[in-house]
Design a binder for this molecule. Structure first.
Ligand code: AMP
Ligand code: GLY
Length: 422
């Protein structure tokens, strides 16, 4: 099979690494990819939102399946674009239709969906600018902390949590006044959930689904979960508090009703669902849906999947996921992200990376790297994800940390406490 992956981060390198192991693969391309994906696939310099460019390439190279990594091309409608084109229509895209992508692209849509299908989530209400007095009243009736969410995609910055009601009113006003542009024309005000977070991953063909390993990620830049939010500084899979009983609740109360909801609403959905959850005293609540795999969660989750990945993708495309039996590695995988100094604020690019070829007990998934003049250089805030297996979490972490010590680049930073809370 000839496959094209869209994206350029650590998630896409992990997907490419896994797909490249399949005997059913004929040729693998990544658009645009990075210096890691080029070790296992062919990079093509096309942006994921350049649908015409992708169309030309897919037809020229006789691509038989497209796997979309990030949310932006999905929210922009890549699946609908393929479905509407007579020459592309028969080429499956793994990634939902535009309506399906609204589960991530609109918090209000996701909340309405969860209410409709009785999926446990924080109580909430959505407001638009001309309802600001009602929004103030709603805030006044809530208890702190106050959770405000821009309805649309806001580069991971659209959720603001505030302790003080005056500060929350001021922030709400700024958001409805266009702080995040169109993304905050609507704002969801939500009840605060007190618990511990984890992420559950599902692959669905729209009717059937398989559960993938769960993971916990570490979003803050600083040790002890302090400082600014990032795209994710590390991940651990499995998650010890997500025992059989808890995961059964997740499957019964959240995953199955979600799939049923997609079918009832006739939403065309072949792809991954990433359910961000809060465990509140042993009960799962949905914080958010994403319509893709997580990053860096993928770098911990995908190495634990033993199934042939091309098989999984083909079964998804053909609506045959009910035939698939998942085979999951019982070992733990821990991922530690190496980032550029200054990230998630301003940072420099173009630093030469040394040592990625010296790892023998860990995998180095490239997130923000490029190859220039035969050298591997940094090209993003998150640079490399170092993933290692262990019989225990301690063993995996000690391998991740011992191996990442072989890597260096100017300004390299990482959290030394991944997994500290488990
Ligand atoms: P999101 O962009 O929806 O993932 O939200 C960003 C972060 O805000 C989440 O990862 C949580 O840590 C936090 N968060 C979102 N909603 C809530 C909530 N209702 N209660 C507590 N924390 C929340
Ligand atoms: N690590 C969080 C995300 O992929 O959204």
């Amino acid at each position: 099979m000839r496959i094209l992956i869209i994206g350029s981060g650590g998630r896409e390198h992990a997907l490419a690494w896994k797909i490249a192991q399949s005997p059913r693969l004929e040729k693998l391309f990544v658009a645009p990819g990075n210096a890691g994906t080029s070790q296992v696939a062919v990079n093509v310099a096309i942006d994921g939102e350049d649908f015409e460019g992708i169309r030309t390439f897919v037809l020229e190279e006789k691509i038989q399946l497209v796997l979309v990594g990030p949310e932006a091309p999905l929210v922009a409608g890549i699946s609908d674009f393929f479905a509407a084109d007579p020459e592309l229509r028969t080429i499956p895209v793994i990634g939902p239709s535009t309506r399906g992508a609204m589960l991530e692209g609109s918090k209000d849509f996701a909340k309405e969906f969860m209410k409709e299908f009785d999926i446990p989530t924080a109580a909430s209400a959505t407001f638009i600018g001309y309802n600001i007095e009602e929004a103030y009243d709603y805030l006044a009736r809530m208890k702190p902390p106050y959770v405000l969410k821009a309805d649309g995609l806001a580069a991971g910055k659209g959720v603001v949590i505030l302790e003080d009601v005056e500060a929350a009113r001021a922030e709400l006003t700024r958001m409805l006044d266009g702080k995040f542009g169109k993304a905050s024309e609507k704002v969801v005000i939500e009840e605060y959930l007190n618990g511990i977070e984890l992420s559950v991953f599902v692959l669905t063909d729209g009717k059937n689904y398989v559960m993938l390993p769960e993971a916990k990620d570490y979003k803050r830049i600083g040790e002890g979960d302090t400082g600014l939010n990032t795209g994710g500084m590390g991940a651990v899979s499995p998650v010890p508090f997500a025992d059989k009983a808890f995961l059964k609740k997740v499957e019964d109360r959240i995953v199955r009703p979600t799939i049923r909801g997609l079918a009832t609403e006739k939403i065309d959905y072949r792809g991954f669902i990433f359910v961000g959850l809060m465990n509140v005293n042993g009960e799962p609540y949905v914080i958010e849906y994403n319509v893709r795999m997580g990053d860096p969660e993928s770098e911990a989750v995908i190495p634990r999947i033993k199934n042939d990945f091309v098989d999984l993708l083909q079964a998804t495309a053909e609506g045959r996921l009910s035939d698939i039996e998942m085979d999951i590695d019982p070992r733990t995988v821990t991922t530690v992200m190496l980032v550029s100094g200054g990230y998630p604020e301003a940072y420099e690019k173009g630093k030469v990376i040394h040592g990625t070829d010296r790892l023998d007990r860990a995998l180095a998934f490239h997130a923000g790297t490029r190859e220039t003049n035969g050298q591997i250089q940094t090209s993003g805030g998150r640079v490399l994800a170092v993933s290692a297996y262990g019989r225990t979490r301690e063993e995996a972490l000690s391998a991740s940390y011992a191996e990442l010590a072989k890597i260096r680049f100017d300004g390299m930073y990482f959290r030394k406490d991944i997994g500290f809370d488990l």
